[in-house]
Design a protein around this ligand. Structure first.
Ligand code: DGJ
Length: 719
């Protein structure tokens, strides 16, 4: 109530100020960054400035008017517009004028600004929303488009955000790849013309390219130096970033839903809300930009961002579809021996007419396979409980196998082209979440499982197919709404799950890193970055995702991929994220088992550092034979450094690694942990005391010339 009253007072004050001012200047500020808009003499809104915080109010007058903030199609601009729509009378142009703005303090350190733009010839309104997070130096923005014409208008383009930059050089870092090789980082200089980073996968954003970027200004930013903007869009479907350098070497960055094949007929008074675009601006390199995102995500965005995460044992890599009740109970015993919190049962537990014994059938028929698990899920949750661990379950509720009862009964619920042969991705198809009946069915899968088995403590929600055979029976003549309405339908379902089961943690999975975006993460506590769990590849993959996502959200499992690497190496890599195991303990010898359970204990002790602390990427795996990443607790009293020798050369000279994030004036003891039972540390600094200054300025030798060698080193402030 109180907050609402303050908001109203704020709102009224600002509206009055705005009316009084001729050419308002609108400042959207965080502690270090300003985004400044000015209203021109023609009544239109211009982005005047984006950069380091400016603290002297009189200086604002000297800023140039700038570039039109939200460029419209059909007027005097020859480059990519932010919005393009068609009016009832066939006129395709839009001219937006400033109509007012409001500012409100949402909570301490969080301020919202809403700027309203209107066309003076047509009743079309665009509202631009900005939420500025002061301490995290992050801005969240979206637009709302509405109109009061007699009939629907057609939206062809509808950006969430348009940013303008005016610098000497622009270097884009993109994160592209494929299944199993996600987020490979590449720097691309931007010259005249357009560079588009987008996807058309429908049910997910990522697989070929992640929905985030870094943009270095003037020169390529490093970890600790350089100006860089990092941005990402919260949309679990087709997204697009357009980077266009114009004739004047100005750069516009347009972010939002990919408008490809997605014209939207907007009814009068309907509000088209674009997804959120989030960006941070760092003047100290990419490391700071990542830490800004991590802090913000844990505090404001990710489901249960401030809560603990469970370690687990998953059966997928250990058994694939080949398991029965007895085998699962044995694996639960493995989970207990490892000391993890939960056993997670993966794919293969459901369907009877077409039992899910392979990836070719059964999706959609969500009843337990009686022959395989005669005592049902209830027996498994009970058994887990009796062993003192939690039980989690895999589902893929948006999908259907052509060999399933659901498909036979409800073909109208399946996205498919009525008059063509079907084609499949992983032998399956996508259910039509545009249809509210299908939304009910998908929600019902979780709801039924939870009602029948209230002890299910976790879901792994998978999504292994992009939208194929693109046609919705439900949408009839509005087929171009499919991509948008599918994602909105998914959010409706997830919202229902979240409000009925607010304390249920869920992993977002999609045959790898297909679904890693911050809107989905409002409903999920963590995501599966890649099916590729080869620890060497994971060093690169985790490096890539860590640019935007905190360790707490990134599931990292110890598996049998790449047996050339030791169990220690694999576990040390997985400890840099949210630790899990996906392996049979039979595959390990006694020492390895003992090592793993000690590592779980260390991990539990270090969770406040790894999951809640600040991450510093010390040595990149790109272009090096070694890599190192470190985490420091928020009070600087404890850190943990992970160092890996990948493929060092013969007689290679290794340099000391300079640590970061410590208190220069504190004394720290350096202790190697995660040693194999009986092994002594060969780390020269082991057990010694150093000042934070020394550790950060001179550094300590961490790397060796051994192939596939790893070290975990704890840094503990001396009392
Ligand atoms: C793809 C996931 O990424 C795997 O972890 C596993 O859950 C399989 N799907 C199961 O089909």
């Amino acid at each position: 109530m109180k907050r609402k009253a303050i908001f109203l007072i704020c709102f009224l004050c600002i509206s009055t100020v705005v009316k009084a001012a001729d050419n308002p200047v609108i400042k959207i500020s965080t502690d270090n960054v300003d985004l400044i808009y000015k209203v021109g003499g023609n009544g239109r809104l211009y982005q005047s400035y984006l950069g380091k915080h400016l603290s002297h109010a009189p200086d604002m007058a000297y800023l140039p008017t700038g570039t039109e903030a939200y460029v419209t199609h059909g007027m005097k601009d020859y480059f990519e517009p932010a919005i393009h729509l068609l009016h009832n009378d066939g006129n395709p142009s839009l001219l937006l004028k400033y109509a007012g703005h409001t500012e409100s303090q949402v909570s301490p350190g969080v301020k919202e600004t809403v700027i309203t733009l209107q066309d003076d010839k047509y009743p079309v309104t665009v509202k631009m929303y900005y939420v500025a997070y002061s301490k995290e130096n992050l801005i969240k923005t979206h637009t709302e488009i509405s109109h009061r014409e007699k009939k629907p208008v057609t939206l062809y383009k509808y950006a969430s955000s348009m940013l303008h930059l005016n610098r000497e050089r622009y270097i884009l870092t993109e994160f592209s790849g494929d299944w199993g090789s996600e987020v490979r980082t590449k720097d691309v200089p931007l010259e005249f013309g357009k560079k588009i980073v987008d996807t058309k996968l429908g049910s997910r954003a990522n697989m070929f390219v992640s929905p985030f970027f870094q943009l270095s200004l003037d020169g390529a930013a490093c970890e600790n130096n350089g100006e860089v903007i990092a941005g990402t869009v919260g949309w679990t479907g087709n997204f697009a970033f357009v980077f266009e350098v114009d004739n004047d070497h100005g750069l516009r960055v347009i972010s939002g839903i990919n408008p490809n094949a997605s014209e939207y007929r907007l009814k009068p008074d309907e509000v088209f809300r674009t997804p959120d675009f989030y960006f941070t601006y760092s003047f100290n390199g990419k490391g700071q930009a990542s830490r800004n995102f991590h802090d913000w995500a844990r505090k404001y965005q990710v489901k249960d961002g401030d809560k603990d995460r469970m370690t687990l044992l998953n059966n997928w890599e250990a058994t694939h579809f080949n398991f029965n009740q007895e085998k699962l109970v044995e694996l639960m015993d493995d989970a207990v021996a490892l000391g993890v919190d939960m056993f997670l049962l993966d794919d293969g537990w459901f369907a009877n007419k077409y039992p899910r014994s392979s990836a070719t059938q059964g999706l959609g028929d969500w009843e337990v396979t009686a022959g395989k698990l005669p005592d049902g899920i209830g027996f498994l949750t009970e058994t887990a409980k009796s062993k003192g661990i939690k039980f989690g379950l895999w589902i893929e509720p948006e999908m259907v196998s052509p060999k399933s009862v659901l498909y036979q009964k409800h073909k109208d619920w399946v996205i498919h082209l009525p008059n063509r042969d079907e084609y499949y991705f992983r032998s399956q198809m996508v259910l039509d979440l545009c249809n509210p009946e299908v939304q009910d069915f998908v929600f019902g899968i979780v709801d039924n499982l939870m009602s029948q088995n209230p002890d299910i403590a976790f879901f792994k929600w998978d999504c292994n197919s992009p939208i194929t055979n693109i046609y919705s029976t439900y949408l009839k003549d509005k087929q171009s709404h499919l991509y948008i309405d599918y994602v909105r339908g998914l959010y409706n379902v997830l919202e229902r799950v979240k409000s009925k089961y607010p304390d249920l943690p869920m992993m977002l999975c999609s045959g790898g890193g297909g679904r890693s975006d911050y809107e989905a993460l409002r409903y999920f506590t963590e995501f599966w970055p890649s099916d590729n769990t080869d620890p060497i590849e994971r060093l690169f993959i985790q490096w890539g995702y860590s640019q935007i996502f905190p360790a707490k959200t990134m599931c990292a499992h110890v598996t049998s991929w790449n047996r050339k690497t030791s169990i220690k190496f694999r576990t040390d890599v997985a400890m840099m994220g949210k630790l899990g195991f996906d392996i049979k303990l039979d595959d390990m010898n006694e020492k390895e088992k003992q090592y793993c359970s000690e590592a779980v204990k260390n991990y539990n002790r270090l969770k406040p550092v790894i999951l809640e602390g600040d991450m510093y990427r010390l040595v990149s795996p790109y272009g090096n034979n070694h890599t190192s990443t470190m985490y420091v607790g928020k009070d600087n009293s404890r850190g943990v450094v992970f160092a890996f020798d990948i493929h060092p050369r013969y007689a290679e000279k290794t340099l000391p690694v300079r640590l970061q994030g410590l208190d220069a004036n504190k004394t720290y003891r350096v202790m190697e942990i995660n040693l194999m039972p009986g092994a002594a540390s060969s780390l020269p600094a082991n057990g010694k005391l150093f000042s934070g200054e020394f550790l950060m300025t001179v550094g300590i030798p961490l790397f060796t010339t051994q192939q596939l060698h790893s070290r975990v080193v704890e840094i503990i402030a001396a009392e």
